[in-house]
Write a protein that binds this ligand. Structure first.
Ligand code: ADP
Ligand code: MG
Length: 380
């Protein structure tokens, strides 16, 4: 099983500039989590802090009982071996072919023989769809292939935790969905804990078990995907719809005067961008047919059902609707049919066995407009 990561009160500044403060969250073992946030909110800094490449000012980041913020250099070195990291550009060595790039961590960190290394490298290249490309140099292949090679290299030490920085950067939407599929396939096969930072809305809506968002130097929310996907929190709504109307501005957050001026503009008919407002919870992508069921997803179901009563009503409704009738029976819950002005139009038929990653609007669950409360930081 992947490792659990418990982060408490983590704060990071550079000189007098605070990047984020008091970040508290738990990455459940083997689950896939996504952290959203506008550019410059410190997502990359967050990942680098988790592996001890940057030193947070205070707080904890506990992995298997080791706090990587305060542990010794030796412990840090040992704990880092639990991580596989896919950096934004793949971070491949330009002068090495893909085989040597992927073999690099094995040659560096293990005493394995070249025969054993060959078996592992070819297995990971095969897994990431790169069989036959081992002699290619990073400069000779597409951006998508470079990312997959970066993923193959991140996988060779069988990491318990996989960190991914903006997998969609430089990729078209279709290739982004393919790499997302690969993450879920790897998760199904390895049960590793995933944290993906991104500002890709499609990925955030269809891939993770848990979703969080950094904004204004804080963790706005972190919790089961259904919580953010049904949230009425203006910044979360704005971000998930990619629109101009809301608290997030061109470069910094907006002040009240700017919000008011823009509001008047949008009310007068100016297009706020984005597609039509997307609401509700689309089905989650699944591992490719033939792969094992994700153990993290099975554990998550029990975990989320235990905290169900603590979640906002719209999220509860979405979670219950996502269960099969048998599961609803087993957990003793049923879709809420009364008390709403408009009866929910969610269909409870099981989702298609294999989800291709698009957002079919007719399948998007419409959550009835009951009063909702938003989840506070740390309230996961
Ligand atoms: N090593 C560093 N020294 C000083 N400032 C940094 C360093 N790394 C990042 N920053 C600053 O931290 C902020 C967050 O950066 P980053 O994590 O790259 O944002 P994101 O990945 O969310 O786009 C930026 O203002 C950036 O300039
Ligand atoms: Mg970044």
């Amino acid at each position: 099983m992947g490792a659990e990561v418990v982060i408490e009160g983590l704060t990071k500044s550079f000189g007098r500039q605070t990047i984020w403060r008091d970040v508290t969250l738990t990455l459940p073992p083997g689950e896939v989590s996504v952290m959203l946030g506008p550019s410059g909110t410190g997502k990359s800094v967050f990942l680098k802090s988790m592996i001890g490449l940057l030193k947070p000012d205070r707080g904890k980041c506990m992995i298997n009982g080791v706090d990587i913020v305060t542990c010794s250099e030796h412990k840090l070195y040992e704990t880092r071996k639990l991580f596989g990291v896919l950096f934004q550009d793949g971070a491949l060595f330009g002068s090495m072919n893909l085989y040597d790039n992927v073999a690099f961590p094995l040659r560096e960190h293990t005493k394995k023989s070249e025969t054993e290394i060959r078996r592992i490298v070819l297995e990971k290249l095969e897994m990431t769809g790169l069989a036959g490309a081992e002699k290619k140099l990073p400069g000779e292949i597409s951006g998508g292939m470079r990312k997959r090679a970066g993923l193959a290299r991140a996988l060779v030490l069988d990491p318990e935790i996989i960190l991914v920085d903006e997998p969609d950067s430089g990729l078209d939407p279709v290739r982004t969905t393919y790499i997302s599929q690969l993450f879920l396939d790897v998760n199904a096969q390895s049960d590793a804990t995933f944290l993906i930072v991104t500002h890709n809305i499609n990925l955030a809506r269809t891939v993770p078990d848990n979703l969080g968002m950094l904004f204004r130097k804080e963790l706005v929310m972190f919790g089961p995907r259904e919580v953010l996907l049904t949230s009425e929190e203006p910044v979360v709504k704005q971000f998930l719809n990619g629109r101009m109307d809301g608290p997030i501005g061109m470069s910094e957050e907006k002040d009240q005067a700017q919000i008011a001026a823009e509001q008047a503009m949008f009310e007068a008919g100016h297009h706020a961008g984005g597609v039509e407002e997307v609401t509700g919870i689309p089905p989650q992508m699944q591992p490719a047919p033939g792969l094992p069921t994700r153990q993290g997803a099975i554990r998550r179901k029990d975990r989320v059902m235990q905290i169900l009563h603590t979640l906002p009503p719209a999220a509860q409704e979405g979670i219950i609707e996502s269960l099969s009738p048998e599961e609803q029976e087993r957990y003793g819950v049923h879709p809420h049919r009364g008390g709403y002005q408009d009866p929910p139009t969610i269909n409870t038929t099981p989702v298609a066995p294999h989800h291709r990653g698009e957002l079919p609007s007719e399948e998007v669950a419409r959550i009835p407009g009951a009063h909702r409360r938003t989840q506070g930081p740390g309230d996961s």
